[in-house]
Ligand binder design. Structure first.
Ligand code: PLP
Length: 452
């Protein structure tokens, strides 16, 4: 921009010359110039213009312990000095990845035994496709090949993970989904519930899964893959009736239930994992983001004991491996991150203190707001559904433009909130204080008021 400092203009120039950025029109961005984020501390960010922002989205739902925690930084430096890299591959391992796994399995609820580490959530879900198919081969059911995902589900941006996801506009850019991936409807009551109560609608959505399994033949269906609450597709909490039915159906037809916990994991809802919040027990858990609080890339696919032991006992060689699987520096940072979360009782605070406070304040401030038709969320994740008419749940035809405007006004107010279709989303770092929640809500209210 005209007024921007030399440093900002320099980085915007390099960005325009060399980057294809995520999920936006690069040509339009080049006109406007991105904000150049230079520093982070706690829940705050500063750009190269010196503007301060309360990061209401914890980066991309990932900086769970906030920015700049010395424990994580020190762990990375220590590990870099001691063993900067070695592979968990062929016949070697190293202490850092083992320390992490011991800690991870101690806090995972239920009977999980094995993990395959990756560098991201997309990769975790990519690994899921091969691992699930391998599992069914090993246990003598090789016809079980089809994955069922959901419309507007998001599982990443690689070929397999985009396919599992249900983002139509992503599928259209690249001849996806891959074969043997199909989708059912999303449990988005506000948009699709019609005259049904949320409970009836939840059951109807689950019934779609059963119908799809029967249509395809249970012998052909490998897994149902879903986020416990839908994130990038609008932060949608399904009705309470949904997950118990899904669990029953998966068990009845011997279809694996794969929970994508990439944003739900590590405390977001006030439980360590979002499937605990919704009360179901998945067979696989995809993790990333909050595993390292975004300080360094790391993800993984966690397997139930049934799957892990079958693969080990009967699988022989699994022809699969990533150079950076269980990278020692990422593992050391993840371990330090889990230690901070546990030592400071942060997840408990989300459940009993900061989470209820955010949810209460949101309902007080926006419950009667003419633009807000529904408020959803639990713990430190929430969505405000914008609508034209609350009573009839009529949505705006141009809802994406409206929420995008709200996001832009938020930026000007010094708060980062996310716009997704007709919803404004917030998911701040789990260390956010009451005072910072007040600031998040005050600034969001200004943005929503000015949007209306
Ligand atoms: N799964 C979910 C639920 C996500 O929200 C995301 C990213 O936002 C991913 C997978 C992909 O993770 P990554 O961006 O680390 O590849």
């Amino acid at each position: 921009t005209q007024q921007a400092s030399a440093a900002t203009r320099r980085y915007q120039g390099i960005d325009a010359a060399h980057h294809i950025n995520a999920f936006l029109d690069q040509k339009a961005l080049n006109q406007e110039g991105p904000r150049v984020m230079a520093e982070g501390k706690g829940v705050y960010l500063w750009d190269t213009e010196g503007n301060k922002y309360l990061d209401g989205m914890s980066g991309l739902w990932c900086t769970n312990v906030g920015y700049g925690r010395q424990e994580l930084i020190a762990a990375a430096v220590r590990q870099l000095e001691q063993l900067s890299y070695y592979n968990v591959f062929f016949h070697t391992t190293h202490p850092a990845v083992n320390e992490l796994s011991e800690r991870l399995f101690a806090l995972l609820p239920g009977d999980y035994s094995h993990v395959i580490y990756t560098n991201s959530g997309s990769e975790a879900n990519e690994v899921l496709i091969r691992t699930v198919r391998r599992y069914w081969d090993v246990v003598g059911k090789p016809s079980k090949k089809i994955f069922i995902g959901r419309h507007n589900g998001y599982h990443g941006s690689t070929v397999g993970s985009t396919s599992l996801g249900g983002m139509k506009f992503m599928h259209e850019m690249g001849d996806l989904p891959i074969p043997n991936v199909v989708h059912i409807g999303e449990p988005y009551w506000f948009a699709h519930g019609g005259n049904l109560s949320p409970a009836e609608f939840g059951r109807k959505c689950a019934q779609e899964l059963e119908d799809k399994i029967l249509e395809l033949g249970a012998d052909n269906v490998a897994a149902f893959v879903a986020e416990p609450f839908q994130g990038a597709g609008g932060m949608i909490f399904p009705p309470e009736s949904y997950w118990p039915e899904i669990q029953r159906i998966c068990r009845q037809y011997d279809v694996l239930l794969c929970a994508d916990e990439v944003i739900g994991g590590f405390g977001r809802t006030g439980e360590w994992f979002a499937h605990e919040h919704f009360g179901f027990q998945p067979d696989t858990i995809s993790i990333a983001k909050g595993l390292t609080s975004g300080y360094i890339p790391m993800g993984g696919l966690v397997l139930s004991r049934r799957m892990g032991e079958a693969l080990v006992e009967h699988g022989g060689v699994f022809a699969h491996g990533l150079t950076y699987s269980g990278h020692p520096v990422a593992a050391a940072v993840a371990l330090a991150n889990l230690e901070v979360l546990q030592r400071e009782g942060i997840v408990d605070r989300v459940k009993h203190d900061s989470g209820p406070y955010l949810q209460k304040c949101l309902r007080e401030v926006f419950g009667q707001h003419p633009l807000v038709g529904e408020i959803q969320g639990s713990g430190l994740v929430a969505a405000l559904q914008f609508c034209q008419d609350k009573a009839s749940r009529q949505r705006f035809a141009n809802e994406s433009d409206i929420t995008w405007r709200c996001r832009s006004i938020g930026f000007e107010q010094g708060v980062i909130i996310r716009s997704t279709l007709g919803r404004m989303i917030m998911a701040p770092a789990l260390v956010i204080s009451h005072g910072e929640i007040d600031e998040l809500i005050d600034k969001t209210r200004i943005a929503v008021d000015r949007t209306a």
